[in-house]
Design a protein around this ligand. Structure first.
Ligand code: AHR
Length: 321
């Protein structure tokens, strides 16, 4: 009996010191705060800004210490950012790669340092897919096809199309082109008469469209832009050339940003294929799973929808980006 009470006194003293320690240094078994590096492409479009905001907001919500880098559209800046995250010993890296190729060396460095890399929105080409934990993205080929099918219906299979491409070498530029070409393959009356890059920027879309209108003039009756920002720039160029976008020239694009919905309601943009940029929650779920050693699917595809002038006004108020 005596021994027992002696033991329980010792146990109590032990517990009391644990409690004092816990009070001094916060909850004893609280999870370690994660530090995550986010290597972003840049701020070339409204879509990109919405993606950045989504990742930042989700990091704040989960108490993650986020290190953010804007590569200003240059792969070399992104590689530097990833190297610096590795040197700082981050727990994980979220990477939205500018282009598809050239990632192997830096991703090997991340792997050697046991830092999981979660790819968001754009895929890459690597010989070893263990170099990244997972990719969370839309199916860009499907987006291009959806745009083509919508346009083919709208113009009854007959159009001279100019294509405004995204950044050369970027997955959405490559795949949206491929998907659109597949989508018009069975339509001999649908011809791409010119195709040039506007770098996913509104200014790029406007400049390219101005030049193409000078060269092809009334020949052009449709525009397919790889993103809404370029489409909105092209719409400005069409108006400045004295034509009516949405009527004289049918304009189709991809993204589904607020400005695209406003333009559809105004009768200028005809159609946009949504590409959801709100990837923060999925990205941090993946980071947490990777850190917990759980197996991740190599790719998670985000579902997209087509919106046109007929549906835009019903949904514009509920758009989140
Ligand atoms: O990778 C997604 C694309 O990149 C978006 O369509 C475009 O707006 C962005 O810049």
């Amino acid at each position: 009996m005596k021994t027992r009470s002696f033991l329980s006194r010792r146990a109590f003293t032990g517990l009391a010191s644990v409690a004092v320690l816990a009070m001094a240094s916060g909850p004893l078994f609280a999870a370690k705060k994660l530090t995550v590096g986010f290597a972003q492409v840049g701020a070339e479009s409204a879509w990109r800004t919405a993606e950045t905001d989504s990742i930042k907001a989700e990091a704040a919500k989960r108490g993650v210490n986020l290190k953010f880098s804007d590569a200003q559209g240059k792969q070399e800046n992104q590689i530097k950012a990833v190297r610096s995250f590795i040197a700082q010993g981050v727990d994980a890296i979220i990477l939205a790669p500018v282009v598809e190729t050239g990632w192997e060396p830096v991703l090997r460095e991340a792997k050697r340092n046991k830092i999981p890399v979660v790819l968001v929105d754009r895929g890459i080409k690597v010989s070893d897919d263990s170099l990244y934990a997972t990719l969370i993205a839309s199916d860009f080929i499907a987006e291009g096809k959806m745009a083509a099918e919508w346009l083919a219906k709208k113009v009854n299979g007959k159009a001279n199309i100019v294509e405004l491409q995204g950044t050369p070498g970027a997955a959405p530029a490559i795949d949206r082109k491929k998907g659109f070409e597949e989508g018009i393959k069975s339509q001999p009356g649908m011809k791409i008469i010119a195709s040039q890059s506007g770098d996913f920027r509104r200014s790029g879309g406007k400049e390219v469209m101005e030049a193409l209108l000078k060269k092809h003039g009334n020949e052009i009756n449709a525009v397919y832009a790889h993103n809404d920002d370029m489409a909105l720039g092209a719409i400005q160029a069409i108006e400045e050339a004295g034509k009516k976008p949405g009527t004289d020239v049918v304009v189709v694009s991809v993204d589904g940003v607020k400005g695209a919905f406003e333009s559809m309601v105004a009768g200028k943009l005809n159609c946009t294929v949504e590409c959801n940029p709100l990837l923060g929650p999925l990205a941090f779920d993946a980071v947490e799973k990777a850190k917990a050693g759980q197996k991740l699917a190599k790719k998670t595809i985000v579902e997209d929808k087509v919106y046109d002038q007929a549906t835009a006004k019903d949904v514009i108020a509920s758009r989140q980006y």
